[in-house]
Design a protein. Structure first.
Length: 281
């Protein structure tokens, strides 16, 4: 039986590597410092592999009728995609995958009736590139990427997101090798509207409300109140990435989250923050 040793959720805004220097100095310090605390939390758990859930940004999945999830099965990943390197101001990197873990997750998801696919040729943009840059800068922890459709309607409901997190947790505990230490990471959000009329705005009140809601540790309440409609009202086409945070919360067993940092950054065009779950059931 494998063990879930860490569950985290965090923003992955491209500006956090691509144009961080344009933000006020105090914001830069808060963002870098916040990610550093997230890195310390993750590294202290000594994971053998990270199961990451992130929005696909329509980079890999079809625009029409995409599956809700796509599990990456490659033994080695390279990122970011060539045309994102200058935008993210990141050189290329390589990180190991874990095909055995990926195949177990894909099989369990299919058996549970989730809408999913699996591929070994996924491209990464900011979705995994920004978190890996800050959390595992030496790229030494293997990654199983799960790309999630958070943009093309219909997106998964909060209930489906929770079920996916529960399947991930059950698969880790029941189907992976004894002694394996697994971290689960949900990444996306917070409020932003990429390319829309509110591109340069964010919704600080919503962000703080959402993070406080996770701190209550009530999965049912999260599903009832953090609806897709409410997320879109806070920023269309971007805020629904927080469905990945719901996957993480469910993987932690619906326990109380602990907010690590939050920066409402107009320059990043996004609320930037991170949350961890200290208790995992």
């Amino acid at each position: 039986m494998a063990e879930i040793v860490s569950v985290i959720a965090l923003a992955h805004a491209p500006g956090c590597t691509g144009w961080l220097g344009s933000a006020p100095e105090d914001e830069q310090a808060e963002i870098v410092g916040g990610y550093a605390k997230m890195r310390e939390h993750l590294q202290a758990s000594r994971p053998d592999v990270i199961v990451g859930v992130a929005n696909d940004h329509m980079l890999n999945q079809p625009l029409h009728d995409p599956p809700d999830f796509c599990v990456g099965t490659a033994a080695r990943w390279r990122g970011p995609a060539e045309f994102f390197k200058s935008w993210l101001d990141l050189d290329g990197y390589e990180v190991d995958g874990h095909p055995d873990v990926a195949e177990a997750l894909a099989a369990a998801g299919e058996a549970a009736g989730l809408s999913l696919d699996s591929r070994d040729d996924l491209l990464f943009d900011d979705n995994f590139s920004v978190p890996l840059h800050y959390l595992t800068p030496d790229y030494s922890v293997p990654l199983v990427p799960i790309h999630m459709n958070c943009i093309s309607p219909p997106v998964p409901t909060p209930e489906i997101s929770v079920r996916a997190g529960e399947v991930i947790a059950r698969t880790i505990r029941d189907d992976l090798p004894d002694g394996m230490r697994v971290a689960v990471m949900g990444t996306g959000g917070l409020s932003h509207e990429p390319g829309g009329p509110r591109y340069f705005t964010l919704d600080e009140d919503f962000d703080r409300w959402f993070m406080a809601l996770l701190e209550e540790g009530d999965l049912g309440k999260v599903c009832r109140e953090a609806t897709v409609e409410k997320m879109n009202a806070a920023g269309g086409g971007g805020t629904t990435e927080l469905l990945a945070w719901m996957v993480a919360m469910a993987a932690a067993g619906g326990t109380r989250a602990r907010s690590i940092f939050y920066v409402p950054s107009a320059e990043m065009r996004c609320g930037i923050g991170g949350t961890v779950w200290d208790t995992i059931h």
